[in-house]
Design a protein around this ligand. Sequence first.
Ligand SMILES: [Zn+2]
Length: 116
Amino acid sequence: MGNTTLTDPQRGQLRTTLEAEQARLQRELPRVTASLDLSACDHADVIDVGAAATEREVSQLRLEQVRDRLEQVEAALVRLELGTAGTCEGCGSPIPFERLELRPTASNCVRCVPKG
Ligand SMILES: [Zn+2]
């Protein structure tokens, strides 16, 4: 299908990496959610409200990171299924496997990656 440069073994390797990452994130998600609930409950009784608020912010931030990452991983798995995983979404150029090996969720070539 299409102009992907990936071979079947390469796609298989990426899928394995992504599925492991997905499983790890899915295990982490309830833990982060739980720590968020916990800090929310404690909040009223804690004398140092500032510390509790900071802790909650950290959990909230972590939760967003995990959710974002999970979305990226799932989107990458979909692209693998569709056969578009090796193609840059920006310019349509092939993404080198070496880049996908380092960043299996990459959907752009190095030239099209937004800086920062
Ligand atoms: Zn590109």
